[in-house]
Ligand binder design. Structure first.
Ligand SMILES: N[C@@H](CCC(=O)N[C@@H](CS)C(=O)NCC(=O)O)C(=O)O
Length: 211
């Protein structure tokens, strides 16, 4: 069983979240670039890895992990030296998991429904996220004490949270909020994030020139 991490990637996608996380844990990995313009993500070779035909996905020790939030959680646990997850017996583990799940379920759905409202939406009592306003209020309140979602300790939950917030802000799906902006500014210069960004830019360039 190979200890190598294979990372299925496209630079214009949520795979950037996993890329940042891979750089945070700072272990070797091999990128398998999937070109959306060539439909690589829907080819049988990749559907055998992820039947959803979506990225990111990683394969490590013979196991496939998909879903950006799960990949962040998995890598933090698989490589504890990086200290990006509170250990199982640490009470902060609860807060850590809470925000990883909150962002993957409530934030994603609330923001996308806000950006492209459904013609017929279930009542907020039936929606897992309640309302967009409640979701943003919860996030803002949780981030206000800072500097990170767990206070002084940076974790994989910040990778996922910051990446999601940053993308939504860039797309203007969320309006500027002081606590969120301050949080994103604090995180923006992390070396792992910058390394991932640099590689991403290089890959995009490479894709452009190879046509
Ligand atoms: N739930 C997945 C969503 C992944 C996803 O939607 N990936 C998109 C790019 S951001 C994708 O691969 N789209 C290609 C396609 O559907 O053809 C996650 O959080 O990782």
């Amino acid at each position: 069983m190979s200890g190598e991490i294979v990372f299925y990637y496209n630079p214009m996608s949520r795979a950037r979240i996993a890329h940042w996380m891979l750089e945070e844990v700072a272990v070797p990995y091999r990128i398998e670039l999937l070109r959306f313009d060539k439909g690589d993500q829907k080819k049988p070779e990749y559907l055998a890895v992820n039947p959803m035909g979506k990225v990111p996905a990683i394969v490590h020790r013979g196991v496939v992990v998909t879903e950006a939030a799960a990949i962040c959680t998995y890598l933090a646990d698989a490589f504890p030296k990086a200290q990006l997850a509170p250990p199982l017996d640490d009470p902060q583990r609860g807060t850590y998991l809470r925000w990883l799940f909150f962002m993957a379920s409530n934030f994603e759905a609330a923001v996308l429904d806000q950006a492209a409202p459904r013609p017929k939406s279930p009542p907020s009592s039936s929606l897992g996220y309640g309302s967009y306003a409640d979701v943003m209020h919860a996030i803002e309140s949780a981030l206000r004490p800072g500097p990170y979602i767990l206070g002084e300790r940076f974790s994989a939950a910040d990778v996922y949270m910051a990446a999601q917030l940053e993308y939504a802000a860039m797309m203007k799906w969320i309006e500027p909020r002081p606590a969120v902006e301050a949080y994103l500014a604090r995180i923006s210069a992390r070396p792992g994030k910058l390394r991932a960004q640099e590689q991403c830019n290089a890959l995009m360039q490479q894709m452009k020139s190879s046509g």
